[in-house]
Ligand binder design. Structure first.
Ligand code: SAH
Length: 354
């Protein structure tokens, strides 16, 4: 039996076997097996999530990210609750069943976010949050307010690399507002894992994922990322290539390849067959039609940005970030798939609860 058939059947490979697949040589078989497993376990429906990038203010220092506190070139914004609700209402009227609220970390007041979640839940849609590391208490308040899911990528499970990429921020950037707490400015790996455990314990659908192609990242460490997803028993996994941002310390780094990111995504589908996997914006940014290729290699979710071009440009994690918008429904129809009209909770989450 080939490695790929084994993975498609048993949903596990050893670290060594994962490295072998990540090295290439199995690509056609891998991508079509992931497409097959996706069809068998989560079907042909694609879930659209309305992405609202509600604040680019950030107290962190992640070396790869354009939102990092040290980037003085970025014009910062934070949307008021009313504006977030306006974008949500518009998305709901366009048929979206889930909104994803994403931001930088450690600046936007949690209490404000709690109020926004309460209001959005009255509109009858699911709410996914992607607002970084918080305390157990903060996650609990957001869950009580009605939030359904939380996305927090581990970024990399390579402890040494993680440490180098997330240096202590020290003095906070001038754009950050005064406030009682800033989380953990020195961002240890253990805290990110603690956050994921808290999110699980509180009953959220748990999303994580990693960046592919970080400087000095090895195939072994990518294999470890996959084993971490499996061990965490995640409900959603978002994988994207690292795209260097010139306004960050990693501006002249090489960046990740589309194909390696796709291999990671397809392997994730084989190992965790019944979870939700987005075709990420970074995939589309790096490769024309990247999103459609991803949807045919294991992905079943798309997260179009609904905050408009002005905010999308300012939410500049990396350069030339595309919007999903426009003709995504037509593109989905053109590959013989259909847009779901349910909230699209992770099948993994549903069967774990049952
Ligand atoms: N602060 C939030 C949201 C961060 S932005 C959080 O930590 O969850 C969402 C994702 O963008 C990050 O998790 C990271 O994986 C990705 N990202 C950051 N910089 C990037 C870059 N230069 N290229 C590609 N993806 C990047």
């Amino acid at each position: 039996m080939s490695l790929i058939s084994k993975a498609a059947k048993e949903h596990i490979l050893s670290r060594k076997e994962l490295v072998e697949v990540l090295s290439g040589g199995f690509d056609d078989e891998l991508f079509s097996a992931a497409d097959e497993v996706r069809r068998e376990f989560v079907g042909d429906e694609i879930h659209l999530r309305a992405l609202i990038e509600f604040s680019n203010a950030c107290a962190r220092g992640c070396l790869y990210c354009g939102l990092r506190a040290g980037n003085r070139k970025l014009e910062r914004y934070s949307l008021e609750g009313g504006e977030i609700l306006d974008f949500t209402r518009k998305a709901v009227s366009e048929g979206y069943k889930t909104v994803v609220l994403q931001s930088g970390e450690g600046v936007y007041p949690n209490s404000k976010l709690v109020n926004v979640v309460c209001e959005i839940k009255k509109l009858g849609v699911d709410v996914t949050l992607s607002a970084g590391e918080k305390t157990f208490e903060e996650y609990a308040l957001l869950k009580e307010a009605g939030a359904d899911r939380y996305l927090l990528r581990i970024e990399t499970t390579d402890r040494g690399l993680y440490k180098r990429l997330h240096p202590p921020v020290g003095e906070l950037a001038s754009h950050t507002e005064p406030g009682p707490r800033r989380g953990h400015p020195d961002m240890p790996f253990e805290n990110r894992v603690r956050c994921l455990k808290d999110i699980r314990e509180l009953g959220y659908e748990v999303g994580t994922g990693s960046l592919v192609g970080l400087p000095e990242q090895t195939l072994e460490s990518l294999a470890d990322d996959l084993l971490f997803f499996k061990e965490l028993d995640a409900d959603m996994i978002g994988i994207g290539p690292f795209i260097p941002n010139p306004d960050t310390p990693l501006g002249s780094a090489e960046g990740g390849s589309f194909t390696l990111a796709l291999r990671m995504m397809s392997l994730t589908r084989l190992l965790l067959p019944d979870i939700n996997i987005p075709a990420t914006t970074a995939m589309e940014t790096l490769e024309p039609n990247g999103r459609l290729i991803a949807l045919q290699s294991g992905a079943n979710v798309v997260m179009p940005n609904v905050t408009g071009d002005d905010y999308r440009r300012k939410y500049e994690i990396y350069p030339n970030k595309v919007s999903a918008g426009g003709n995504i429904r037509e593109q989905i129809a053109a590959i013989g798939r259909r847009v779901a009209d349910t909230v699209g909770k992770s099948k993994r989450f549903i069967s774990r609860k049952a």
